[in-house]
Design a protein around this ligand. Sequence first.
Ligand code: FUC
Length: 816
Amino acid sequence: MRKIFFCIIFQLFLCGVWAQETNMKLWYNRPAENWNEALPIGNGRLGAMVFGQPAKEQIQLNEETVWSGGPGNNTNPDIKEVLPEITKLLFEKKYEEAGRLAYDKVYSTDNGQKFEPVGNLWIDFPDKSKVSGYYRDLNIEDAVSSVKYKADGVNYTRQFFSSFTDNVIIVCLTADQPGKISFSLGMDCQMRSKVSVGKDHIIDLSGITDDQDGVSGQVRFHALVKPVCEGGNISVSEDKLTIEKANTATIYISIATNFKNYKDISGDAFVKADSILKKALTVDYKTALNNHSSYYHKYFKRVSLDLGTTSDIQKTTNERIAAFKGGDDPQLVSLYFQFGRYLLISSSSYPGTQAATLQGIWNGKISPPWDSKYTTNINAEMNYWPSENTNLAEMSKPFIHMVEDLSQSGRETAKEIYGARGWAFHHNTDIWRISGPVDHSFSGLWPTGGAWMSQQLWEHYLYSGDEKFLKDEAYPVIKEASKFFVDILQKEPEHGWLVVSPSMSPEHNYLKNATTCAGATMDNQLVFDLLSNTIRTADILKVDSSFADSLRKIKKQIAPMQIGQYDQLQEWMGDFDKPTDHHRHVSHLYGLYPSNQISPYRTPILFSAAKQSLIYRGDASTGWSMGWKVNLWARLLDGNHAYHLIEDQLSPAVRPDGTVGGGTYINLFDAHPPFQIDGNFGCTAGIAEMLLQSGDGFIFILPALPDRWNNGSVKGLMARGGFEISMQWKDGKIEKLTVESKLGGNCRIRSRTPLKRADRTQLKKSHGENTNQFYQVNTVKEPLISKKASVKKLKLDRTYLYDIPTEAGQTYYFFR
Ligand code: FUC
């Protein structure tokens, strides 16, 4: 008896019941009542939503390659013949006619496949007695979720994690009295599937994914579930396992598919799932848990953020969200920020996993919104905004690999639809890397997706300085993307500018019936960045000098940004913008963020116009649009406005009357609605952007600090040029700044407060506006305009610029 008790105590210890207390917890005193209240765990490949119901636990399972359809592209070559006619109509200003023609002729039969849920694991407990002391949490410091409660005098605990190191999901069930763990295990699935139980007490859910848009489902999957009990009996009844009177039970869930890559599905799902499971079973629970958390700590613990803590931390997470707006709970912002980092590590973990979809790797619906695929006119890119600056560069690799795939699949689209070299890509893709237009022309006829997607590769270089990556991975992709635009850019007749046509400003109409246009501002900005990055890469690598020269000439002819009748940055080539327009997309502000073309110091006229545009657009929005606006207000150096957007984002998605709007579900998932993960990532990036910016040729410390965060500290944010930055501030002023230089080179710092270096050497005050030597900005010309009214109102705070020559691997300390 003593031995058994000891074992239980030991297991409780292993399951982390007495794990160190942390503020990095989402916690609740009731189980999840629906999917948006369940808690996400993930290892980049396997995702699960844990509900925590005492009587019947539901674990909704995802594996990242379980998608409908199969290999193939959606290029419709018939589109080719109509494009010149659409452009001709646009150049003749017959906009609606052009739009109608595009609507009739631009389509694809395959509008993309869907990411599908594997199914559910149900743990059914016979003990339905009344529960007291209920508690559940998600500890994002260790990437573990747990449930605790008392029933019939027994304290029960459950612990869940999706192991980074063993590649399985592990559930551990314990009680503080021996022989109290009894349950049955079963599975269900909404696709063509069957469940069986083998002699070795392994449940095997196997199936094949769905057909969609005429493409038959070809992904075969196996989910294997094996309970390992200490004490008790195990028996099989049809497709279920029953466990009686065990002391503890550890359940291993292994899922795999036949997917090898976007062209190859010749894998053996069972062999893969089985070998992963067998290997995982050789590792004892304590080691598995330790390995998992240690792996995760390597990434998660690189950054810490303290914006202050109030007594609100005592409240449950749902109460905190309800009280946030107008309250005083700065720690909820740090938690939300770190939750974004948790989600990125858990849904896009390097190496070898797929990029995070519209829902990361968490989807419970057989027909999810927008197929839970990749929308690339903002959403997929936004998912990766926090990857570099919050020190998770490795997590951007799955996205980069997706772009590499698209640079291959998109060749056919470039050739067949545009008669062009290079690769073409539009506003959606899926695991099969489709690259043709998707849906109708209203959102699908946008050939600039490749230019935006390529930007991440360049950014990865700016932060890492990795020339091998630049040469072997980035350059082949961006060079071929540039070639596509060299071939398709057209001279518009009014000014002789080079423009993309037909295209659009994503999903937005400039006339009642016209989205299709030529020379949308965002397109001009995207192509400008792409060509600039290609030229700079060719220069750095000392290759293709004549190609780079030809791009220089083309770049000069791209349509410039323009300022319209309302002092706004024009969204289109014509001055169509309306001050009453509150559309969720703010595409023309790409030039302000994530790009660096618009700057208060280099282009104050455009900066003022961008600000005016954002004021007209208003704050009210949902999900990703709010996340984008946090970043934009940060770039506009207005921390209080950015904070206001964070307040909107952290408002309860479910209103008191039960209706759902934008904001945050109680599990901290962003509501578009329904759940869309881009808003989480966008806001996470925005919080970092309020504290540190490096897009303008210098590192701006505390550029947009709101009054609410007057005191605080942050450790481990990354700046372009490979500088790791930590800071402490008091009364809104920097107290201590630490710069760790990974690559060496000049570090140019902009600060609102004068700085002193610890040993007073090598701190050079600079007066020029030149860029730091590693990171140069893409300079654009200010538009020639007569109205400068709004510019006159632009008042910039006094700042101090310093040049610090650094050496790789050295750390530099500064004080107020
Ligand atoms: C874009 C947005 C929608 C939605 C979808 C997934 O098309 O306009 O709001 O977020 O992506």
